[in-house]
Design a protein around this ligand. Sequence first.
Ligand SMILES: Nc1ncnc2c1ncn2[C@@H]1O[C@H](COP(=O)(O)OP(=O)(O)OP(=O)(O)O)[C@@H](O)[C@H]1O
Ligand SMILES: [Mg+2]
Length: 285
Amino acid sequence: MVVSPERIRSLHKYEKAILAALERQMKRYEWVPLESLEQATGLSESEVTYRLSRLIAWGMVRFNPVPYDGYALVFGGYDTLALTTLTKKGTISALGTKIGEGKESVVYEALGLGPVAIKFHRIGMRSFNTARVNREYLPENGHCPWLIASKLSAEREYLALTTLHPKVSVPLPVGQNRNAVVMALITGPSLSRCRLDEPDEMLDAILENVREAYRLGMIHADLSEYNILIEDGKCVIIDWPQWMETNHQNAGTILERDITNILAFFERKYKIVREPGDVLRCVTG
Ligand SMILES: Nc1ncnc2c1ncn2[C@@H]1O[C@H](COP(=O)(O)OP(=O)(O)OP(=O)(O)O)[C@@H](O)[C@H]1O
Ligand SMILES: [Mg+2]
């Protein structure tokens, strides 16, 4: 769960200072000692422990008593730091309701200059074990792999959006900080939940976008009817953090899998049959 905007607004400046200090110190410690937080913030022990107890209750920080009293940031705290920065920059002015939750992210509606979506990346320990083969950017070790990996994942998705927009139909990128990506809010259901009037045309449009992304050097690598939204009869391809470069050694296999997924969906639901080999040649040609 992401921390509520009211909670973030009500954060005391000492609590913000402690979150920021924790983030910095987690490069050195798995569990940051109490004394380091006192030193970093210049606050007394009783003030720091009081503020920490609140941050723990709000799901922003975790405590571990062995072998010494140590504290660590958790996703709630990292999300809060990202939101605080994005609010300060004016990218976001209000956080709305949750609109999606995947294995590796949680997505909220929010208000920026207009309606936006904010996606908090959450590459946790579980994802490390089941990391998709192409996620080569995941760090091997370090004190805080989830924090680094979640930030890298967000940066990677933002890079894809800024590279592809507007040539490829993806959400307009609006901003990025830490594990968060802010983009235009797409209003419409996923391809999986639509009943298309002209499925042939839609399939053509999707493949044309895949082709254009390929020309720009990118393969989605997780393309499916769930990662395509339909807004005003137009397809918008979302969920890009795992994109792969077209010159990667597995590019051919991954592109083929993307295409096969989409063709299989259109065959299942709309009885449209196309030859994957022909489509692949058309996309890469
Ligand atoms: N820009 C957006 N506008 C509207 N809704 C969005 C947007 N981005 C994401 N969503 C919603 O949030 C859901 C999850 O987003 P996304 O697919 O990017 O993340 P994910 O963690 O990869 O999810 P999953 O693992 O289930 O594929 C989407 O299925 C969609 O419903
Ligand atoms: Mg998805």
